[in-house]
Design a protein around this ligand. Sequence first.
Ligand SMILES: [Zn+2]
Length: 1215
Amino acid sequence: MAAAKSNYGGLSSPENNDDDWLEVSDHKSSTSSLGALELQNEDSSDSYETDSDDGEEEEYELTSGRRATHFSVVGWRPKELFRCCILSIAIVLAIVFAPKREPLFRSSHPPPGAVGVGHSSYDTIQSTRLEEYDARLTLYRHRATGAEFLAYVPDAVTANFKGGSGEDDYDPKPDKVFGVAFRTKPESSTGVPHILEHSVLCGSKKYPSRDPFAHLLKGSLQTFLNAMTYPDRTVYPVASRNRADFRNLMDVYLDAVFHPRAVTDEGWWVLRQEGWRYDVSDADDDSDRILQDETTTTTVATKAGTTTLKTTTGTTTKATTTTTTTSPQAKERPTNTRAKFEYKGVVFSEMKGAYSDPEDYLDRITQELLFPDSPYHYDSGGDPSIIPTLTREEFVGFYEKYYHPTNARLFIAGDEIDVYHALSKADGYMTPFGYNPASRKDSLIPYQQRSFKKPLSERRPFAVAAGEDEEGSEGFMLCITWLLNTQPLSPMMELAWIVLDSLLLGKASSPLTKTLEDSGLGEELIGGGMDNELLQSTFAIGMKGIKTREDVNALEDLIMDTLHSLDTDGFNEDMIASSMNTIEFQLREGGGGLRGMEIFLGALTKWNYDLNPADAIVYESALKDLKDEISRTGSNLFQQMIRDFLITNNHRVVLELFPSTTLEADQLKNEDIQISRATTRMSDDEYNQVIEENVKLKELQETEETPEVIATNPHLSISDIDKESIEYPISVEEDAFKSGVKLITHSVASSSILYVTFGLDISMLTYEDIVMLPSLVALFNEAGTHDLSDAEFRNNIGMVTGGVSASLEIMSVKPDGWDDDAKVSPGVNMLTMIFIEGKCTSDKADELFSIFYSVLTEINIDDSKSILQNSLKSSLSSTKSSVASRGHSYANRRIRGRYSVRDWIDEKMYGVSSLQDKAAILAEIEADWTSFARRLEDMRKTILNGNRNGMLLDMTGDASVLDQAMESAKDFLLNMLPIDLGNPAPPTPDFRATDHPWIEAAREEMVQSNPIKNEGIVVSTQVAYVGEGGQLYEPGEEVSGSTSVVSHYLTTGYMWDVIRAKNGAYGAYSSFSHSDGVETMYTYRDPNLPDTTLSLFHEAADSILNDVSSETLTRKDNAAITTAVIGTIGDLDGSAPSASGAGWIALSRYLRGESSVARQKWRNQIINTNSGDFVDFAKRMKSWKNPSQAIVASESAFAEMKDRAGVELSLFKLQ
Ligand SMILES: [Zn+2]
């Protein structure tokens, strides 16, 4: 559970880290910058590889290159959204003490940030100096419409808008952020807010192309481009570090929300594409295959009927690819039979995926039950069984009601020039709408009262795969959710709740977490604790993987009993001090991501309810009040809260989900019945209209847009991009202080925080031992020492640091002499290390190092059996569920793990293969803990006894912070590292020059356990994740940066247009890794049968070749190649990293052996990409060597695939 509270800042790369430079990215650092104690191995491992999908964002899905991903492109995961912000933080806090107001417009040349920018069309409501952020926050009201506009202007603009000392030479361009939010109150579960969120981005008055959003993904320097639907608001944020680009993004979004085509007659099709439609079923229909075999032109001609389709080659290709959705006219059915329909639509598929994720489903049901009288009762995302009741009238009506400037909240983070420009731009858009107070009044969210006389208990089924034992591996789930407040909490109480949440659940050793995990009643905690993103906060806790109904009841009792005993016993001082310090550290540090985005999304947690947005952002005074309160009453405050908000609060839902093997079939049957009823009821005219709309929609999707329309999309030109690659500060000292250890430092503005990583080589372990490594890392992260219990030791860590965590790093490194080149690695050079990472304020460096020392040498392995069992169980359980909810990342990893040894190790440690190993380890622990513990102890000794030249110490911070920390570092290296543990270890080899000792055994195991073959991974889900990949380049071959342009072009072009827009998969990606030469393509929440998607993959190369031969893909003017180049550069550079992010990027580049020369060369190759590069890549794709598939889907999907297409895969069943 803990890890679920991921930070918002982890906006790192999504899928398509097509190039090795950027994979490094913030991900890792952002993970470590937060909740460090909860760092999961998976997260850190993912940070590396190219392909990587990494733990976090995929969940939200991707689309855009890196950053956009944190929230689904246009995505929807309410729970995640909340989590994202909770810890990332500050934000969520509210403080009500009146902000200092200052007079406006004092002098003609105010120092930056001294007063807000003025604008004649706006009244300035308040202008607040945010001491916590060294910034100014100004709230405006638009005179003509009443729209509110919030501007965040930092004094000194450095990385992520944090005020810096200016002493550092590294000064990245900060991200500018703009956003529009509407308060959208759902009145049903048709998902209309969510469908609108997707739809307004499908063309507008000034940007009439079908998908300006996709165009921006293709060719913008955006560092965030997405939209999110919350239960009560719809938010459209963008970010870029480039002013021209930023202005483009802003204008497209303003035009989209105020003049979308979707609500005009001409945009009739948008709801059909994005929301739901009847589509002619392609299942059970032989004529499909016949048509697929026919030539494309026939299909087009037949389909076109009376319409003329353009017959460019590009069109032809695309038509071919869609034959799967053969139009009924093409089949010339007898008029008396009606075609079989099925539901399609982007949001429809997306929500089907969401509803087949049990935890997600549980959240939704809880929300419905907990808020019987509130709009939160409805699912703003859309219930797949209700989405198809959405009418066009409701869709347009909802837009007209709520998408009015009077109901809008706009935001900008940037400098004063940006603010003035944004105010003017928005003024132009909004003024014509006039004032409409109703839109604001009607959207008000009323409070749900605490109305339950007794807790509401409910049982509901959730779908598990047929064939699975009813009470089989999935088990039951139980979650108790409380409605906390029925009026705004005071700022101090809001903060107190964040602290209480951390006290109860923040660490593995926290009392509620520990009691539940120790009970063995379930496998993993769920619920996630407190949610405070909406009008009313909730607190939820439960478990999944509960074996019997008796255990379900026992768990409910245990949760309540634990709360009762905490009410009686309270928390000790250290626990409170530790949680307080942890929260305070997080507040001061920020989430580590886009600061402006944090401010915007954070402000909305108050502003959306007409409260002061500044209250959600400032925290100093609440912090002071809470500290005072704690010094007066100690633990009493928290005991009282447990009593009042939890124990005596009957407004809670106790929800049990039980597994059903028939539910999925029932749901599909109901869907069929629903459809056939609707079909039967249709008059001939209505039926024909559906058919006609289908044909028209497909024609439209297939028709190439005219050059005139394409030209309306905003674009940059090559001159707008930076030609120089971005370098981050690094300084390396071999044999620091004559300790034998390498010291690496990064001087970066860090607000007086010191970030430290200590790395130890682990290559001396045997390959057989590596399955034990996650256990060792887990103990480093969770166990106590010989002197202190786990709770005591972890509290100590919390009291003096911002977190300390261990992780495993397995990265491929370049062979010696390849520093300046990008070549496919021979796959034998790897760096394998354990990293201990930590952060603290600059005055606490000594304490931080002594904690490192304790983690490495004093952890009590012998007495930590149950800690390890809990940790492994929970990791096993969460891996299992994420295979079903993020199957694309597992499919991708599985495929890559067939071609590269490093990737195999990644698959073995974190992929579907890991399930078996983890289960085996658990059994081993159970059977013979003593021997297991001894083995771990031996491993630890071996690692610590490694040669000093295999260790490194990396520090990031302000120059002054680094200076200050140097003495502590010296002391650590000279006096605290263990010595004399045995015979002196031989020097660690240079693995850039030598094969890594694990390679041979790993390769053997790879060939045995994950051979190159087509494979189906069986899970319980109504959507599929289809992946295919293979070797495009051979080891030793030079790879050009242009490959990342082609990959970007595929993902944002063909994959987006054909697989997402036309075939309804929520995401579709191409991912190429230059370090192993492997290309993969995969889909996310794909409603199609896998063989359909595979055949679309197989058309991808031809689509490129056709685009080249039709001259769509040229460098002329600002044509497609230029667009793709700009988009690729945007991906490459990403957001301005946080301090720890910058340090991490520099460190990993260094460790990999990548020189700045190589980076510049790569960048030049990107910029100079030409059509020949596309042809080369496409030809390679057409002659893929040994491609193979990994498909995550339900058993029935595989059966259907076999029936329909005769394809039989070897099936992999999860343990
Ligand atoms: Zn969505």
